[in-house]
Design a protein around this ligand. Structure first.
Ligand SMILES: [Cu+2]
Length: 223
């Protein structure tokens, strides 16, 4: 009992002393910077779904304002082709899928010939014998716009010998006569677009955002 009392007294004395002692400046310790540990973890890339839709955005021949989009949608064993154009001279214009997805040449001859994996003769999209790339003619109205929608069993969106992906859509300055071999005598090429697979089916009527270019390869190590 006595010891406890003594300790209590001592503690009280210490408290008094502490109270009388000059206040120590409380050192403001800056709060330690909180490490940002909650950075979003990049999601693992999902497995590539089978492409069911592909599209091409047309680039105009230099000095023109021709534009448009072409969408390829796999529907069972057929592919629906939906094309919309603007800025085109009124009239009838041949429209094909060409074999090389390369629009780099000023006259778009880099896109090569009609896509023709079946080694068939040129024809109309309604002909039994035709190129897979024979998509017919598009009527362009006075306001410069026109559209086309057709279904073809000679193309696929999925990989394969008849896949439209990686080919080029070409709009011509003249009508396709569906007779002249192998071009249809459709004249020069006024717009070109490379067909690229979409990761997911696009909503109907939606324009696909252009996909980013591949990052450039790393520079070679210096020696
Ligand atoms: Cu053509």
């Amino acid at each position: 009992m006595r010891i406890q009392n003594a300790m209590t007294l001592a503690a009280a004395a210490l408290l008094v002393l502490a109270a009388c002692a000059p206040q120590e400046q409380a050192v403001e310790q800056p709060a330690p910077a909180v490490e940002e540990t909650t950075q979003p973890v990049p999601e693992a890339a999902p497995p590539e779904p089978m492409p069911l839709t592909a599209s091409a955005t047309l680039q105009p021949k230099a000095g023109t304002n021709v534009g448009g989009t072409v969408t390829f949608t796999q529907e069972g064993d057929a592919v629906r082709v939906d094309a919309r154009f603007q800025g085109v001279a009124a009239g009838t214009h041949g429209f094909h899928l060409h074999e090389t997805g390369d629009c780099s040449a000023a006259d778009f001859t880099s896109a090569g010939a009609h896509f023709n994996p079946g080694a068939a003769s040129h024809g109309a999209p309604t002909d039994a014998t035709r190129h897979a790339g024979d998509l017919g003619n598009i009527e362009i109205a006075a306001d410069g716009t026109g559209s086309l929608s057709l279904s073809t069993s000679l193309l696929t969106v999925a990989p394969g010998p008849n896949s439209a992906v990686g080919k080029a859509v070409i709009l011509h300055e003249k009508a396709d006569d569906f007779k002249t071999q192998p071009t249809g005598d459709a004249g020069g090429r006024i717009a070109c677009g490379v067909v690229q697979a979409a990761a997911e089916p696009a909503p109907a009527g939606a324009e696909l955002a252009p996909t980013g270019a591949e990052p450039p390869p790393p520079p070679p190590p210096s020696v």
